[in-house]
Design a protein around this ligand. Structure first.
Ligand code: PLP
Length: 409
């Protein structure tokens, strides 16, 4: 038999969402008359906006005629979309980048997962705890961690994000080569301010580290001191790669489009200390392993930046922001402590004293027929917390909030 990549055997089973599904199914079977509402989903509920759908239709029609039909496109994305992103998300905020520093892709999940393969197997990785599981699991698969010992992988640098530090990761005592930062954060719903992020950029410059910055929830930012891009921070352009997605911004979770910014100024060290352009490496990687995003999808993404597209997508974001406020208010009414929700579609609540994440899950399901996500499922520092999402419809979110507000805990 063929030998397996033994790193895969180090992965911890992701029982989180399957355990939740099983518990919910059992509860529904025993209580068929109850209406269970999910505030656990990380997927959007609102459809694509009209400007995007119109662009999709137009592009489909182009595909039907020989003069306008498109086959393989550039692996890094069509220039029209790279320029739309550049103008819409960067130049408009005073950030100078070039269109060819923006790589269009079919998802931030795959980009963030694939990016680690550009680095040495010996690189030391730092990541937030709790965290979006993709950063951790892909580094385990690659063999950058040791075994799991007492709930932690050897060789990884965990950055606890808890109430005591306002969910802001503190600089590590050890040297980190690669630092994953997710802001606004999934799952905690909190965001780094410019001051917080400047410390990390300074650290990365001093230690010759690289920051992999996931800002999938950028569109939800409301606070003025929370940066929309890491490149708003002086000095970031030499030490940071930024991942963005149309998934949460414009409801593209099923349509699939995202982008990654790799400034040409970012360098990594080759054998014998030679400096190598990360941009050139990522370009080589993408042209070898990826064949681009469908033309029709790139036209749809371009429409997000049109005058109408902007207004319409912002209206949808406001629906989710309003949902988040309703959830926060209801939790406060119930006497619970909650964080996030202001710059992200996630609310991170603290479970009552002595109640762990999973017990709280059971209570919320049986007492209020609401499904959420136990914080411990995102890392051991998530124990004692619980995630609710603002992605359900306004109607069901309002119903869920009423139940939460009257919870007796
Ligand atoms: C949803 C999400 C993404 C987006 O992934 P896509 O593959 O673009 O849908 C990226 N990062 C985080 C932290 C997310 O929660």
């Amino acid at each position: 038999m063929t030998d397996v990549n033994a790193n895969y055997l180090k992965l911890q089973g992701s029982y989180l969402f399957s355990t939740i599904a099983k518990k919910v199914a059992a509860y529904k079977a025993a209580h068929p008359q109850e209406q269970v509402i999910s505030l656990g989903i990380g997927d959007v509920s609102q459809p694509l906006v009209p400007a995007v759908v119109e662009a999709l239709h137009r592009a489909c029609d182009e595909m039907a005629h020989p003069e306008t039909f498109r086959g393989y496109g550039p692996e890094q994305g069509y220039v029209f979309l790279r320029e739309a992103v550049l103008k819409g998300d960067y130049l408009s905020r005073g950030i100078a980048l070039e269109a060819d520093e923006i790589f269009i892709s079919d998802g931030a999940k795959s980009d963030v997962a694939n990016f680690q393969e550009l680095f040495s197997i010996d690189s030391r990785i730092a990541l937030q705890d709790p965290v979006y599981p993709v950063y951790l699991d892909t580094n385990v698969m690659a063999g950058r961690t040791g075994q799991m010992q007492n709930g932690r992988f050897e060789r990884l640098i965990y950055l606890p994000c808890v109430e005591e530090n306002n969910f802001v990761p503190q600089l590590p005592a050890e040297h980190a080569d690669i630092i994953y930062l997710c802001s606004p954060n999934n799952p905690t719903g909190t965001a780094l301010t410019k001051t917080d992020l400047q410390k990390w950029v300074d650290y990365a410059r001093e230690h010759h580290s690289l920051i992999l910055y996931d800002s999938a929830y950028e569109a939800f930012i409301t606070q003025a001191d929370v940066p929309h891009s890491i490149y708003e921070i002086p000095g970031a352009k030499e030490v940071a790669v930024e991942f963005r997605s149309f998934s949460k911004t414009a409801g593209f979770t099923g349509t699939r489009c995202a982008y990654t910014v790799v400034p040409k100024a970012v360098h990594v060290k080759g054998p014998n200390g030679k400096s190598i352009s990360l941009h050139a490496l990522w370009l080589r990687r993408q042209t070898t392993k990826f064949n681009g995003v469908p033309y029709i999808v790139q036209r749809a993404a371009e429409a997000v930046y049109s005058a109408q597209g902007r207004v319409q997508t912002q209206q949808v974001i406001r629906i989710y922001q309003q949902n988040a406020r309703i959830i926060l208010d209801a939790l406060h009414q119930a006497g619970l402590t909650a964080f996030g929700g202001q710059n992200a579609p996630y609310v991170w609540l603290k479970t009552p004293k002595g109640v762990d994440s999973w017990s709280f899950f059971d209570t919320l399901l049986t007492e209020a027929q609401i499904v959420g996500t136990p914080g411990v499922g995102f890392g051991s520092c998530g124990e004692g917390y619980f995630r609710l999402t603002a992605f359900n419809t306004p109607d069901l979110t309002a119903q869920a909030a009423q139940r939460v507000a009257h919870l007796q805990i």
